[in-house]
Design a protein. Structure first.
Length: 99
């Protein structure tokens, strides 16, 4: 990870805006894969997969610490993201089963 030494607030904000664009794109990509996962699951309980959620959270917390970011922050963000994506996957699952 390379952090540029910015010379102005505008430059800092420009880098942040660029990163925000990348984050949104990555979340959208993650969501698309989550929706695909619905095709391989057989029940809503399998979609909820608490063991998988725990594994993801453990991995994210570890990575957060490696990068010097608050693990609590990432846990809160991922909890929201995963819960919303699970709902999206459940909808996808139900739609596929109704066809």
């Amino acid at each position: 990870m390379t952090i540029e030494n910015c010379q102005s607030l505008e430059e800092v904000r420009s880098y942040i805006d660029h990163l925000d664009d990348q984050i949104v794109e990555l979340i959208a990509t993650r969501n698309a894969y989550v929706k695909q996962a619905a095709n391989f699951k057989h029940s809503i309980e399998e979609i909820k997969a608490n063991d998988r959620m725990e594994a993801v959270m453990d991995r994210v917390r570890t990575r957060a610490m490696e990068f010097g970011v608050s693990p609590n922050l990432l846990t809160r963000l991922y909890t929201i993201m995963i819960n919303e994506m699970v709902e999206s996957e459940i909808s996808e699952f139900r739609n596929a089963k109704s066809l």
